[in-house]
Design a protein around this ligand. Structure first.
Ligand code: PMP
Length: 430
């Protein structure tokens, strides 16, 4: 457009070749060209600054470029960025494993590292299936999972996500078919769910769920009671419980883990996102002693035959150790409480806007649910004009900022949200 500075060469040359995520390359406006980040801000090549409302897909929990994490990465890069983990070891990975074992509840004591949330869920699923195989159960290879759930985009994880969502629906038939049912909330639903589980437990390895908030499937909340009930059902029918804490774990809901808030200990837990504070690709699958014991044997074939090239990557684990330091030394959970209070008050007026179906807040997640999103590019563009980076999906506009966001920055995000939801409503109604 006239008057706008030309994008830098790297953008123009690369945009002809890169394939962007979740993007219709033909119709989507080009992405913003980012020069650098600082605190909760994204600095664009053209000189504008955006306040990040979603912390780079919910990962940058300490804000960007936190000096403590940056220093740890620099030190590690100079000493040893990576060595393979089979037959070799490295201090950051071992230290991180011990720290995660100490932090997580119960006897979740064995940590397997991978490089993405999806892969960590795949590993949890393999561990659960092989747990049964190693005890002579050949038929327990299915999972019970929940509508509106999301556990990743790889083929295995698509199978345990909502089969009807736009991301995974078209691939039905590709992934192994799993038993995906409504999350039981009411007493009647709980009874029906238990009957269903009783009928199918014999062919299942376990149940997988996102505790307290189903994220990418629509930012849908459920109560601790539901998580507890699913745990009890697992116990009654001898199923393993996998809790995917990739989004909610490490503070997002105001407690270290969502499961501790619900008073539940899973058999397997997955973590990623906040683990390295949004700096390096790293995920962890954490297993209980009971799971690990089923693999601990004289026979080679009982071991877990899994080993991604970058498992236990020293650079990523050093970043994660530094990220965990910050959870210990800076007041993250109080910050989440403050963000929750602000979001609840500041988003509430959206409830009266025609076309708004719901406003809900849990921890540092604020959601304005619309009856239909309509033109998401328009909404995204309007946020950019207001100096904010927010990326609605489905029919939800949501904020999930860094825990370190300043009050004025948060107010700018919520002011923009109220304003843009109002404008959306007028356009939408017209
Ligand atoms: N599980 C949950 C709950 C997630 O929110 C995500 C990512 N949005 C994933 C799994 C997949 O993680 P990744 O994108 O790192 O593969």
């Amino acid at each position: 457009m006239k008057g706008e500075p030309a994008p830098p060469d790297w953008f123009t040359e690369g945009y002809a070749h890169i394939w962007m995520p979740y993007t219709q390359m033909k119709t989507s406006p080009p992405p913003q060209a980012v020069k650098s980040t600082e605190g909760c801000r994204i600095l664009l090549e053209d000189g504008r600054e955006l306040i990040d409302g979603i912390a780079s897909w919910w990962s940058a929990c300490h804000g960007y470029n936190h000096p403590h994490i940056v220093a740890a990465i620099k030190r590690q890069a100079e000493a040893m960025p990576h060595v393979m983990l089979a037959g070799l070891s490295n201090e950051p990975a071992f230290t991180l494993a011990a720290r995660l074992a100490a932090m997580t509840p119960g006897d979740l004591n064995r940590v397997f590292f991978s490089e993405s949330g999806s892969v960590s869920v795949e590993i949890a699923m393999k561990m659960a299936v092989q747990f049964w195989l190693n005890q002579g159960h050949e038929d327990r290879k299915k999972f019970i999972a929940f509508k509106d759930g999301y556990h990743g985009d790889t083929i295995g994880t698509m199978g345990v996500g909502d089969p009807d969502n736009i991301m995974h629906g078209p691939f039905s038939g590709l992934m192994p078919e799993q038993l995906v049912v409504e999350l039981p909330r009411t007493e009647a639903e709980m009874a029906a769910f238990e009957t269903f589980v009783a009928e199918n437990a014999g062919i299942c390895a376990g149940i997988i769920m996102e505790p307290l908030v189903q994220g990418a499937g629509g930012m849908i909340f459920h109560e601790a009671e539901t998580v507890r009930f699913v745990r009890e059902v697992c116990d009654r029918h001898d199923l393993l419980l996998i809790l995917d804490e990739i989004m909610v774990g490490l503070g997002r809901l105001g407690s270290q883990f969502a499961c501790t808030q619900a008073g539940v200990i899973p058999d397997l837990m997955t973590l990623s996102k906040s683990l390295t504070g949004g700096t390096m690709a790293l995920a962890a699958t954490i297993a209980s002693e009971r799971i690990f014991d089923a693999f601990y044997a004289d026979e080679l074939e009982r071991c877990l035959m899994h080993g991604p090239t970058y498992t236990g990557n020293a650079l990523a684990c050093a970043a994660a150790n530094a990220s965990l330091d910050l959870f210990e030394t800076e007041p993250r959970l109080e910050q989440v409480g403050r963000i929750a209070g602000h979001l609840a008050g500041a988003l509430e007026p959206c409830r009266d806007v025609p076309g708004v179906v719901d406003v809900r807040v849990r921890g540092a997640i604020g959601v304005v649910e619309l009856d239909a999103l309509g033109d998401m590019y328009w909404i995204r563009g309007r946020f950019v004009e207001e100096g904010c980076w927010v990326r609605p999906f489905g029919n939800v506009v949501y904020l999930m900022p860094s825990f370190t966001i300043e009050d004025a920055e948060l107010a700018q995000l919520t002011d923009a949200t109220r304003k843009i939801v109002g404008e959306w409503s007028e356009r939408h109604g017209a």
